[in-house]
Ligand binder design. Structure first.
Ligand code: AMP
Length: 259
């Protein structure tokens, strides 16, 4: 497995593969089984698998959130190698946002509801970095998790609106045995907070906003940002809660075949 840190190096690495398909799995690292499911799908479906490993500062609204985001590059590279990744693109922030950078992608409506209300600029950062990764890697397929349902919706809209030639592949949410959706942010929870966080999947499993709100209201010390049905493709019951200083999002698919 190769690790490249510059755009130029990635272009050189991928130049010898003009005929085979390329799969891109964008990640921010702190890899878990949710990421692994995307990597495995990419490995099964593509000739060359590229994983990006970049904690994208542009999608964090708060410096403190960016600073405490879990990072363990050494372990991530070992996990990626094990999953059969061919190339990891792990750029610096300066490589992706050099001095003078001023071009942003805004998915106006989808990017400003739900998470977009509470995290202004978040989806602008996501869409911009994903489009830039598409331009660098030129994937045939890009892999995302249903765990971040709104992110999927924003990227699907961007691909359609900008007529990008990439197939969006969405994989189901991977959960721990106790129901908690895997997330790099789970590492920030204390044992006691993690126990309290279980009210989130429990609430969503009702598949009913009213019932879910009741479960969350009765649970100890969870701050609820929102619980509502989002008319995505497929529709989901989505929720965001804060447990101590950690914010968790999750959703369940209400129809279709994802879950
Ligand atoms: P992140 O590193 O958190 O930016 O996530 C990278 C990709 O992994 C995104 O497409 C996420 O939606 C996906 N992902 C994160 N957690 C999960 C999960 N529990 N199940 C499935 N996919 C996930």
């Amino acid at each position: 497995m190769k690790v490249s840190r510059t755009i130029e190096a990635v272009r050189l690495d991928l130049a010898p593969h003009p005929s085979g398909s390329i799969g891109l799995v964008p990640t921010m690292g702190a890899l878990h089984d949710g990421h692994l499911s995307l990597l495995r799908a990419a490995r099964a479906e593509c000739d060359t698998v590229v994983m990006s490993l970049f904690v994208n500062p542009a999608q964090f609204s708060q410096a403190s959130d960016l600073a405490r985001y879990p990072r363990d590059e050494e372990r991530d590279l070992a996990v990626a190698a094990d999953a059969g990744v061919d190339l990891v693109f792990a750029p610096s922030a300066e490589e992706m946002y050099p001095p003078g950078f001023q071009t942003w992608v805004e998915v106006t409506e989808l990017g400003s509801i739900l998470e977009g209300v509470l995290r202004p600029g978040h989806f602008r950062g996501v869409a911009t970095v994903v489009l830039k990764l598409f331009g660098i890697v030129r994937p045939d397929r890009a892999y995302f998790g249903q765990k971040d349902a709104q992110q999927v919706e924003v990227i699907r809209r961007m691909i359609q609106d900008l007529a990008l030639e990439v197939e969006l592949r969405v994989l189901p949410t991977v959960r721990d045995a106790d129901g908690l959706a895997l997330s790099s942010r789970n590492a920030l929870l204390s044992r006691e907070e993690r126990q309290r966080a279980l009210a989130l999947p429990r609430a969503l499993s009702t598949r009913d906003p009213e019932a879910a709100r009741k479960v969350l209201a009765e649970s100890n010390g969870l701050e609820v940002d929102y619980v509502l049905i989002a008319d995505f493709d497929p529709p989901v019951l989505a929720a965001a809660v804060r447990v101590g200083s950690t914010r968790l999002i999750d959703n369940v698919v209400l129809e279709g075949e994802m879950e």
